[in-house]
Write a protein that binds this ligand. Structure first.
Ligand code: C2E
Ligand code: MG
Ligand code: MG
Length: 614
């Protein structure tokens, strides 16, 4: 009975290049992410039980790596791994069969093994098979004396091996399932996407669709009001709807808190039977139309309909040209863009992605520029009194020379920086350098006013006003020499906190201007309560006052109203003598624009200033 496991079947395999089976076996082992992980009680319990049942001192879960036996769990041995050859465990893996060695001394090929040197005489090991039939190693028991095994012991060892494999597969699955929805997660998505790409010919196409149930703000609000249980129910319901829509044959992956993805394999196997651009667009439009229909249904019946805005993002991909991570990122972007699209469905647009990547790269590079300082400088754009022609001062404007890209326009980088926390350091840099410049000019006997642009986020920073006031004092510059330009939108957003900061600054004598006036949504009745001194009418109006009668009337009204509320009025973007003339007639106070001068570095500006001061 015992002979089928006996040592006469024992052979050590010669060292040779891995066979295709061995390569796939090693890949299966590595994919489980088990090697070199910490000990785990779930496995140790089985190993202890094995040693006890056999009444032997040593037991182990031994995995066969390319050149070693690594023990996921062990009792009675100090080694965490031993060389693969010569070991009976490697033989179990290679022969894919249970092995019993009654006495190692009878087998000269094992005499050199570490186990034999440790005094081991007896070995019994059952193979650990994955569901796909790969043998990972052995569940083994070892003794210090020769021994025989009974049939009952053999089946016990096989049961223990099966328990080890169940544990391995359970752990593997757990890392791939979302605990709430029970759906395969992002890790599984990546694996399945890679498998699909391996199976398909390079150049064939597919599409990934992503459903996002809610944006982060909505999710946050919903959790606060209705609790986590409600959100879980909302997600379950959304998955049911998706499944009904996509059909049972498709796998839905839970790839983010409120996000689900599905791989649509278009089935075009070969690059040369690709549909034309026309057909592709038709296909996308069809998909978009169907998804809109599903969203409309969700909006009518879903539990989430009152609290969330669900969207779909689609990302077509070409096998071999995109990674799983790329495609997920594209879908993510498209699902976000869909918030602004009719029907809330959007298809990924590579051009948009390039723009996004450039913005991200700019933001990173700008962070470095701020740290180093040598890529940034200020230019000064003269502000001139319209009636006397005298230069009153300037607006400080930030300039950035990127080491590779060259000069980058603030119209491009400021909006990006404004949406990040870097805006705090940016405004601080501009204010600091402006005040230092003002102090140097003051020391040379030149006293003027310089305005600095401040972003909406600055006004709600902690202690923003106090820090500006302290900087003014530190540089010994009179408060009235600094003017802060804020846009209408800035003062309307979170207006209570912004208004508090503005009042503190005004009380310290710092001047305030409302920039880009006419482009926001502010109400004059609200602005009137702000302690501003100056209104700067946006250049989009000024350019056309000589050609468009309605704009001229609008500007005349803005000037009249601002005057009656006590503001000084500046016209931005004066590009021609005709516009300058028209502004005289409209009784504007101050002008700024290319017709008068271009923004200039400090040294050039001061020369210009001295020629234009009374
Ligand atoms: P802004 O504050 O409205 O600044 C006026 C912009 O219009 C400046 O562009 C200026 O060069 C330009 N400009 C002035 N006169 C004319 C003209 O006659 N014709 C034309 N076509 N343009 C004229 P710039 O320097 O490119 O700045 C663009 C925007 O970037 C600024 O608009 C401001 O919002 C922002 N910005 C610039 N520097 C800073 C800064 O230091 N901090 C912050 N937060 N924003 C800044
Ligand atoms: Mg400005
Ligand atoms: Mg402006």
């Amino acid at each position: 009975m015992m002979d089928r496991y006996q040592m006469d079947r024992y052979q050590t395999s010669p060292v040779c290049p891995p066979t295709p089976y061995e390569q796939r076996r090693l890949a299966a082992l590595r994919e489980l992410d088990l090697l070199d992980t910490a000990p785990s009680e779930a496995f140790d319990r089985i190993t202890r039980m094995a040693a006890r049942l056999f009444d032997l001192p040593v037991a182990a879960v031994s995995l066969t790596d390319s050149d070693r036996q690594w023990f996921k769990s062990r009792v009675g041995t100090p080694h965490s791994e031993i060389p693969r050859r010569p070991t009976p465990c490697a033989t179990v893996t290679e022969s894919q069969a249970l092995l019993v060695v009654e006495d190692m001394l009878d087998h000269p090929e094992l005499h050199d093994s570490l186990l034999a040197r440790d005094g081991v005489r007896f070995y019994a090991g059952a193979p650990l098979f994955t569901r796909d039939g790969y043998c990972l190693g052995a569940m083994c028991v070892l003794g210090m004396a020769p021994r025989q095994v009974t049939a009952a012991e053999i089946s016990t060892l096989e049961d223990l091996a099966a328990m080890v494999m169940a544990q391995i597969e359970l752990q593997h699955a757990l890392g791939r399932l979302d605990p709430i929805s029970g759906l395969p997660n992002r890790t599984q998505f990546i694996e399945d996407f890679n498998d699909l790409c391996r199976d398909r010919a390079p150049g064939s196409r597919g599409m990934v669709l992503m459903f996002n149930l809610a944006n982060p703000d909505e999710l946050d609000a919903a959790v606060r009001v209705m609790g986590v249980g409600y959100i879980d129910a909302m997600l379950t319901e959304a998955v049911e709807l998706l499944r009904a829509f996509l059909g049972d044959g498709r796998t839905i992956f839970h790839v983010g808190a409120t996000r689900f993805a599905c791989i649509i394999d278009s089935g075009h196997e070969r690059a040369d039977d690709q549909p034309g651009q026309h057909e592709q667009n038709d296909e996308h439009e069809l998909a978009v139309a169907r998804l809109r229909y599903m969203l409309a249904d969700h909006a009518d019946h879903g539990r989430a309909r009152f609290v969330t805005t669900a969207t779909f993002g689609l990302a077509p991909f070409v096998v071999g040209q995109a990674s799983a991570i790329d495609v997920l990122r594209w879908c993510h972007g498209a699902a976000h863009d869909a918030l602004a699209k009719p029907g809330r469905v959007s298809v990924y647009d590579p051009q948009h992605d390039d723009l996004y990547k450039r913005r991200f790269a700019l933001l990173n590079a700008f962070g470095t520029a701020l740290e180093r300082g040598d890529q940034l400088h200020l230019v000064f754009h003269p502000r001139v009194d319209l009636r006397s022609g005298v230069c009153l001062g300037a607006e400080a404007l930030l300039r950035w020379t990127h080491p590779e890209l060259g000069p980058v326009s603030p119209a491009e980088f400021i909006p990006v920086v404004e949406r990040s926390s870097l805006i705090r350091a940016t405004t601080a840099w501009v204010i600091e350098h402006t005040l230092a410049q003002l102090a140097r000019w003051q020391a040379a006997g030149l006293r003027m006013r310089v305005s600095v642009n401040v972003s909406p986020a600055n006004l709600v920073e902690d202690n923003f006003a106090a820090r500006v006031i302290a900087a003014v004092a530190r540089h010994g510059v009179p408060a009235q020499c600094l003017e802060l330009e804020v846009t209408e939108t800035a003062v309307m957003e979170q207006h209570q906190r912004s208004a508090a900061a503005l009042h503190t600054l005004a009380a310290a004598g710092i001047l305030l201007a409302i920039d880009d006036f006419g482009t926001g949504y502010s109400s004059l009745s609200y602005l009137q309560k702000l302690p501003a001194d100056v209104v700067k009418i946006d250049q989009s109006f000024i350019g056309s006052i000589t050609v468009d009668e309605r704009t001229r009337v609008l500007v005349a009204t803005m000037i009249g109203m601002s005057h009656s509320l006590g503001y000084r009025v500046v016209a931005e973007g004066v590009e021609t003598a005709e516009v300058l003339d028209a502004l005289h007639w409209l009784d504007c106070d101050e002008v700024q624009g290319y017709h008068i001068a271009r923004p200039m570095p400090a040294a050039a500006f001061i020369d210009w200033y001295q020629e234009h001061v009374a």
